[in-house]
Ligand binder design. Structure first.
Ligand SMILES: *Cc1c(COP(=O)(O)O)cnc(C)c1O
Length: 497
């Protein structure tokens, strides 16, 4: 059996299923596997497999204390009849590059791929370990995670989920998606303040020992659905292999030929999943890390200096507005030869000085696999318009940031391998910005705009968004951040939500 170890203290170990239940390692580090090259996937063998079968193969290796039958059941429960695309993550040729569409799940963002299966991995782990506690998922969200987690955990036995979002920090579509969430185990509240206020209050509630022990008596425990959990990271490895198999099957590349993946990046989860795929044998030349104006990762990949002493910017790609990319810690761990002392040092520096530096030698190793670029809002909108006019293909703002990086990469002729851009959201999810980009007009009513954009472009509105404004509002909790803890305690007393 493979054992996950903490990036900050490798003596802190857990099986895959325990790591999924724990979320974060006890020492505050992230669970990681070493020697991934021992988990090679036979590329020839995946060519004839569908998404489900590739998922079973990849997850079977990465989460190897689950039985084949358990993985099979989780994969099917997660994806069957839940995605609007039959092959789950379609690969579309646009001009001379490819877009890997990850947004056909229940909430139209790529986070659905992982959050559809996480609840099943959690409940299976509970059964394996004979734990009969009810799991309470607490999540602070800047938009996409909250809705995808609600949809994933809705009516899942032995779980409840509570989501807090900043009142002024999410798009009208995102807000309505959360307010209308049905289910007997879900709870949604908006917070007066920004995302950081919601996030720090959630962390405080998480680490309240008194609350934790009284919950234990009532057979309840908290857990987390954010992307530090390996149950969110590992399902994202699957679509990298699927995209590659699609390219070979369509004779776009030869088996074994290297490709580049371009990833719009925030918390570094998606792109790291690609790096894991490469360790498991996927032929990748470069991972192109694309950022918006919060371009801390672009600077890091170019200089080896991670410096968060800078202003946080609100952009048109809000799911990438982030200054601390948690999953980067996992990459650092692998790059420095699993040196937990070294990673702890860097993370301490980040905590205390807001900055760390990895040095020339390691930077060189990093740059063999990664290249980076960033795009501001003006460039983002220009890309949406340009791609639409040239190819009739409509992208969301996050995907457009990656598209911009792909174009720059091509222009600079870094290599001539095929480019696959990961498309992380439906354009309808960020309809205000997308409409403005192609039509130069700003309009307030996002729901009316969906129909206008549909008429203008002929691109279908995803089913889950089409009738959103006619759905009943089921959640009407508005809290000051000081009220959150009391609110959580009150909800913990209620049998059904
Ligand atoms: C979360 C998100 C991202 C960033 O993904 P990470 O794994 O955090 O790097 C990009 N685009 C969209 C639409 C997202 O919701």
């Amino acid at each position: 059996m493979r054992i996950y170890e903490s990036t900050r203290d490798k003596e802190c170990k857990a099986s895959a299923s325990s790591a999924i239940l724990n979320g974060l390692a006890q020492d505050g580090g992230l669970y990681m596997l070493r020697d991934l090259e021992e988990l090679k996937i036979d590329l020839n063998a995946i060519l004839n497999l569908d998404y489900y079968e590739i998922a079973e193969l990849v997850l079977g290796k990465l989460l190897d204390d689950y039985s084949a039958e358990e993985i099979h059941d989780c994969v099917h429960a997660a994806y069957e009849h839940k995605f609007e695309a039959e092959d789950i993550t379609p690969l579309v040729k646009v001009g001379d590059i490819y877009l890997l569409e990850l947004f056909h799940g229940p909430t139209s963002a790529f986070k659905d791929v992982a959050l559809s299966i996480l609840p099943h991995l959690v409940t299976t782990a509970l059964k394996k370990h004979g734990v009969d506690d009810e799991i309470i998922i607490l999540t602070a969200t800047s938009g996409d995670t909250g809705k995808a987690a609600l949809a994933g955990f809705k009516d899942v036995e032995n779980t409840k989920i509570m989501v807090f979002y900043p009142e002024e920090g999410v798009s009208a579509v995102q807000k309505r998606q959360m307010e209308t969430q049905a289910g007997s185990n879900v709870c949604v509240a908006s917070i007066k303040g920004n995302f950081d206020d919601a996030q720090s209050s959630v962390k405080q509630i998480f680490t309240n020992h008194e609350l934790a022990s009284s919950m234990k008596e009532n057979h309840q425990q908290f857990s987390s659905a954010n992307s530090i959990n390996i149950g969110r990271l590992t399902p994202q490895v699957v679509y990298y292999f699927k995209a590659y198999a699609d390219l070979v099957n369509r004779n776009e590349i030869k088996l074994g030929e290297e490709v580049n993946f371009v990833v719009p990046t925030g918390n570094f989860g998606n792109i790291l999943a690609g790096y894991l795929a490469k360790q498991m044998g996927l032929p990748v030349a470069k991972f192109i890390c694309a950022s918006n104006e919060n371009n801390i990762l672009t600077d890091f990949i170019k200089t080896g200096i991670y410096d968060r002493n800078r202003d946080f910017k609100k952009t048109l790609s809000p799911s990438m507005d982030i200054l601390i990319s948690s999953n980067l810690e996992r990459l650092l761990y692998l790059l420095c030869g699993c040196d937990d002392k070294q990673v702890s040092q860097w993370m301490n520096d980040l905590q205390n000085k807001g900055k760390y530096e990895i040095g020339e030698q390691l930077l060189h190793v990093l740059q063999q696999d990664f290249w980076a670029d960033c795009a501001d809002d003006v460039k983002t909108k220009a890309m949406i318009k340009e791609c639409y006019e040239a190819n009739g293909y409509l992208m969301d703002t996050h995907t457009a940031v990656a598209y911009a990086a792909a174009m720059k990469f091509k222009e600079q002729q870094i290599n001539d391998k095929k480019l696959i851009v990961l498309s992380t959201a439906s354009p309808y999810k960020f309809v205000g910005s997308v409409y403005e980009a192609i039509n130069n007009q700003h309009e307030e009513d996002e729901f009316a705009l969906m129909n206008k954009l549909n008429t203008l472009t002929g691109v279908d509105i995803p089913k889950n968004l089409a009738h959103l404004n006619e759905m009943p509002i089921l959640h009407n909790n508005h809290l000051a951040k000081e009220e959150m803890e009391q609110f959580v305690k009150m909800k913990l007393e209620e049998k059904q939500w």
